[in-house]
Design a protein around this ligand. Sequence first.
Ligand code: NOJ
Length: 528
Amino acid sequence: MFVSGEGAPYLSGADWWRSAVFYQIYPKSFADGNGDGVGDLIGIRERLDHLQQLGVDAIWLSPFYKSPMADGGYDVADPTDVDPMFGTLDDFDALLAAAHERDIKVTVDIVPNHFSDQHPWFQQALAAGPGSPERARFIFRDGKGPDGSQPPNNWPAIFGGPAWNRVPDGQWYLHLFAPEQPDLNWDNPEVSAEFERILRFWMDRGVDGFRVDVAHSMAKPPGLPDMDLTDYTGPLTQLEDDLRFDQDGVHECLRLFRRVMDDYPHRMAVGEAWVPDDVRLARYVRPDELHLTFNFRLIEAPWSAKDFTEAIDGSLKAMAEVGAPCTWVLSNHDVVRHTTRYGGGALGQARGRAAALISLSLPGATYLYNGDELGLENVELPDEVLQDPTWKRSGYTDRGRDGERVPLPWAGDEPPFGFSTSSATWLPMPAEWGPFTVEAQLQDPQSTLWLYRRALQARRELSELHGSSFAWLQAPEGCLAYRRGPNLVVALNAGEAPVELPPGEILLSSSLIEGDKLPANTAVWLRV
Ligand code: NOJ
């Protein structure tokens, strides 16, 4: 499966995605090519060398489509065009070609649950009125109560407030996310036909795959019954048994995607499905559905060998049942960065580095989020710069996700650290990020950037890491260990005191190892 050519080895073949390292780019925050303080497609193209030297196999671009940006671009007004903020379709083609020249595959987001309220379809639905075919593309209902002034059911929106919005003629429309993101009606064949068109549009252009946004949300339960809200805790949360998500009907939508994708060789799709149960998650990657689905249990696991073990074990077993690889992820644009989750500061850095050596040594695919390789932490932003709709919709109680979306620091000693030529970046960058820049870390062989570079290179070179072979090993309290192939052992000490280092030659360690002890908050790869 690994082919060595000139330069970097390249994942080839139909199943390249099974053990690929994907790198998520949040386009507003990666690199600004036109000096307006917002990242864009030209900026990404100019920084591809960084990704090639890091050694990633593929990138995933979060939405860069035409959008009023009510939800960072996940409110799509034209899914087959580029927002001027990010550039043009020509810029996209140039980025795609430049990435392919470097043997980096390009995958893009697809957002099938909703459109922007500025999408022509929704504007037509508003104009056409109740009972029209235009309204039947969305989920419009009459309200409850004698004058219809109550929402059709009690569902909350993920960003806070009710999941229904009333239009001037008195009807209500469903929006599981912001009011600017009306949900599409997947019972209407016009909707599936439109998504087939969108998928083909991007695959015809040459993209290698998709990340399917809220892949567990397209189907709604018949009759849209009320939810039991007893355990509801507020915005950005899902209940164990949540009527808004994971309805059986979503699998029909995913099968449609797969049928379309199977017309194009070597393409893949990964699903974003926040399903708390491994077995239900595995249903998303049955052979005729998606290729991959993120395992969010590792994201949700606190820093503990026991929780990590359970998250890993549950996923490995459930995915094996359906013949799909696991998909590991520690951070993304929706969750607090893992260095911060693990305690922040020196402790968070040490644990974040150790967790990286775990996620990069497990069987399956791995997703990195831009800035993981720099050990970036979440940023405490002042109220007045917050842009995530959650902040306003939660009545200013939930600060939302801007803290993990701050632009990347590339070089220099002060903001904007080479991200842009403008100091007015779309979110402010912390003045103390000098040591975190790519430039600074390249000069320090012990930096997190060098750790990721070495780990990705070793992952390509160590054949043990390409297959599915995996066996748990006995480990002291607070630790975990596993064997990959006959000769590679990975150990993590998530406890507070050093433990005896397992025997073997150290190939890579997340912190300095002296003597025969594995320090606390450290992971190691050993040849035995
Ligand atoms: C999941 C995306 O990751 C998130 O950023 C977005 O707000 C929602 N889906 C709605 O599209």
